[in-house]
Design a protein around this ligand. Structure first.
Ligand code: SF4
Length: 334
């Protein structure tokens, strides 16, 4: 069948180039240095950055679906570059950058040339994600995003600016489905850059001593390829027995936001926490669900009530079904 031949040829061709994720790990294995694109992990888990250098082979990497999605993103990024050129904007590429004293390396996508050169990075995303990004007023909103890969973008740009000695850079987002674009300036932020530099120094020290920080379960573990290495034997995702597995992006997002509010310790006061809590509990009422890193168990319980005149209560005692719902990190619960 000709269709099968075409499909096989495409599969083979797609398998040939490395996925971006594998590429990052390979580059770290070869260079033995910290990568600019991974720098955002300083704020989420320094252990992740240590393991990338000390035990890169333990990183599980992305599954095939994610690899395919990333490959599509790469193709779109080439088109974004072409759009800039077609608009008459000059682009230069600086190749590999290294900051030896910090053991940091990386490669900015490009720099756009106006009165000066400004690093630019191309980012593609789904329409749903694009709408969220578009609502961000500044890179500060990106740093606070509930989505780990989004909150890491500004750190990556800080690294490029530091290595290229620039004070301004640009993030160029594109909606893969609808084609809309959104451009955001990212300034060199002294306070944030200093925080990142201190983080890298700490990581370099841990790497030198071959002593990474201890593993602690947190929201970031959900997006980390070292989860099986850090928490061996903990069942995750679809392998977790006979639970109902929920993979809808909406609920994954809501639970991430929920966990971030808990990690920030604001659940007692934040109205958004109460709203999310109610929403999640209503959705999963009466179910046992694994959604991302969260196990949600909603079990009925019965309380007695009287629906008869007061004087005859004892005679007509009944039970009403109610639900107790707990939401916790699955790794701690299973
Ligand atoms: S699994 Fe969690 S603790 Fe381990 S490296 Fe990843 S984010 Fe850090």
């Amino acid at each position: 069948m000709i269709s099968e031949k075409i499909a096989a040829a495409l599969d083979e061709a797609e398998g040939r180039p490395m996925s971006p994720r594998e590429d990052v790990v390979t580059k770290i294995m070869v260079s033995g240095l910290n990568r600019a694109s991974q720098l955002g992990w300083v704020q989420d888990c320094p252990r992740h950055l240590c393991l990338l250098r000390l035990a890169p082979d333990k990183d599980k990497g992305f599954d095939d679906t994610m690899k395919r999605r990333l490959r599509e993103g790469n193709k779109q990024e080439a088109l974004m570059r072409a759009d800039l050129t077609a608009a008459g904007i000059k682009i230069v590429h600086h190749g590999r950058l290294t900051w030896e004293a910090l053991e940091l390396t990386g490669e900015s996508d490009d720099s756009v040339v106006f009165d000066d050169e400004y690093p630019i990075d191309y980012k593609t995303c789904s329409s749903a994600m694009f709408k969220r990004i578009e609502r961000a007023q500044s890179y500060g909103d990106l740093i606070r995003s509930p989505f780990i890969w989004i909150r890491h973008y500004p750190a990556q740009m800080q690294a490029y600016m530091l290595m290229l000695q620039k004070r301004l850079s640009v993030l160029f987002f594109k909606d893969k489905e609808g084609g809309a674009r959104y451009l955001m300036d990212v300034e060199l932020d002294q306070k944030y850059a200093s925080f990142l530099i201190e983080g890298i120094r700490y990581i370099n020290d841990c790497v030198k001593k071959e002593d990474p920080p201890k593993a602690e379960m947190k929201e970031a573990c959900d997006a980390c390829g070292f989860a099986d290495h850090c928490f061996p034997g903990v069942e995750r995702g679809a392998s977790a027995g006979n639970l109902e597995i929920v993979t809808e992006e909406t609920w994954l997002m809501k639970l991430k936001e929920y966990q971030i509010l808990i990690d920030r310790g604001v659940q007692q006061t934040a109205k958004e926490f109460d709203k999310l809590d109610k929403e999640i509990k209503e959705e999963f009422r009466g179910r046992r669900v694994l959604c991302g890193s969260h196990l949600i168990e909603s079990k009925p319980y019965f309380v007695p009530f009287y629906d008869v005149p007061k004087e005859e209560k004892e005679k007509y005692l009944k039970q009403r079904e109610q639900f107790r719902t707990s939401i916790k990190l699955a790794a701690q619960a299973l």
